[in-house]
Design a protein around this ligand. Structure first.
Ligand code: CAA
Length: 382
């Protein structure tokens, strides 16, 4: 077993850290308050290869592995979680399914556009009545005599939905077949029939432009189908397995930022004549924070390593996300507590970390659904 990183992995970590510290961290508070989409920073991340980290270079990506992706995600998330959400959707949710199941033309056109940072991607599975029960979608794609499809329906909670040029969409092509009646499409939002709705006013990750989108007689060609008709549910589940590693990394990044700030504060802040880090109650909290942070990091790296080795990793990705998201929630909670009034104030980023951490327990599989996935993997029972 080797716990060291390769030169290539350290290089992308360094690039991500530099952009995160120089550009993202100083603007994070502004984007959190305003809820604006950080377009300039997103372009910069794309120009530096951070929107297609695992995409092979023949499709415009950096051609690196999942560990490199995890290291980069942690750096971006430690500066600002909303930026890392945008990074994760482009890298994992948009590119993964097309790379694995798409045609050569789809890879050259759509994956390249996202990986090179020229365009923004999104992933549209969730609907107003279909979240954890992903098979309950109603958005409908009806095949026409000429082989094209007419798409109608709504999708909700779509990250980057109002700014994305291309979207990986899941729609029902044969409702009577259940999960086997779902088909994946790549959508060009510049075409008629696509509408972006209101941007959700959210508790955290406020700059990630989450919105409802609607299709009204949008025409997709047969060449826009990803994989085969009816493969959509399995494509979505496979993409989410990969995506969960990115969200685990995001949670680690948020937790690390809260932990680092807390260690510094515990050294400097004095009460009753001594640094608060000298009090046993603070010491116990700091020790537990560090244990949870490292547990989360190691599980995330294990899932990334398994994926890189071509081994099964769905359960391990789910474990990493459960543990990392719950660690992020707990660590940011303790960080606010140790900072006292300052933790509650918008003068410091602690309250933002606390708000941002919550989403990692919800999206790309709630902690409850992921426990179901893990348990099914162990027992084989449904
Ligand atoms: N990989 C490949 N295939 C899979 C799979 C996987 N991980 N998981 C299930 N499948 C296959 C099954 O083998 C089965 O195939 P057959 O038809 O051949 O038997 C088929 O899919 C149906 O599987 P299930 O019967 O297990 O399906 P289910 O209806 O019981 O649902 C679930 C399973 C795990 C609960 C699933 O619905 C799920 O993961 N829900 C959570 C959805 C989710 O994560 N949503 C996140 C939205 S995206 C987002 O959050 C983005 C963002 O904002 C950033």
């Amino acid at each position: 077993m080797d716990f060291s990183f390769s030169e290539e992995q350290l290089m992308i970590q360094d690039v991500a850290r530099r952009i995160a510290q120089e550009k993202i961290a100083p603007s994070a508070e502004h984007f959190d308050r305003s809820g604006e989409f950080p377009l300039e920073n997103v372009r910069l991340l794309g120009e530096n290869g951070l929107m297609g980290i695992e995409v092979p270079d023949q499709y415009g990506g950096a051609g690196m592995d999942t560990i490199a992706y995890v290291l980069a995600m942690i750096e971006v998330a430690a500066a600002d979680a909303a930026h890392s959400t945008i990074v994760s959707v482009n890298n994992s949710l948009f590119c993964t399914g097309i790379l694995k199941h798409g045609s050569e033309e789809q890879k050259q056109t759509y994956v390249r556009a996202i990986a090179e940072g020229g365009e923004i991607g999104a992933f549209a599975l969730t609907e107003p009545q279909s979240g954890s029960d992903a098979a309950a979608i109603r958005c409908n794609a009806q095949r026409q005599a000429d082989g094209s499809y007419v798409i109608n329906g709504k999708k909700s909670w779509i990250t980057s939905g109002s700014v994305a040029r291309y979207i990986v969409l899941f729609a029902m092509t044969a409702p009577e077949k259940g999960t086997r009646g779902i088909t994946a499409f790549v959508i060009d939002t510049g075409k008629p029939g696509f509408h972006a709705g209101k941007v959700e006013p959210k508790l955290g990750i406020r700059a990630s432009a989450t919105c409802e989108i609607e299709f009204q007689d949008y025409v997709a060609q047969a060449a826009d189908v990803i994989g085969a008709e009816g493969d959509g549910f399995k494509i979505a589940m496979g993409v989410l397995d990969a995506g969960r590693i990115g969200i685990a990394a995001q949670a680690v990044g948020i937790a690390r930022a809260a932990f680092d700030a807390t260690v510094e504060y515990a050294r400097e802040r004095k009460a009753f004549g001594q640094p608060i880090g000298s009090f046993q109650m603070t010491q116990a909290k700091i020790a537990d924070m560090r244990c949870k942070l490292d547990t989360a990091l190691l599980l995330t790296l294990r899932a990334a390593w398994l994926k890189g080795q071509g081994k099964a990793y769905g359960s391990e990705a789910a474990m990493a996300k459960v543990v990392a998201s719950e660690a992020a929630m707990w660590i940011t909670h303790q960080a606010v507590q140790i900072h006292g009034g300052m933790g509650y104030s918008k003068e410091m980023p602690l309250e933002r970390y606390f708000r941002d951490a919550k989403i990692t327990e919800i999206y790309e599989g709630t902690s409850e659904i992921l426990r179901l996935v893990i348990s099914r993997g162990e027992t084989g029972l449904r």
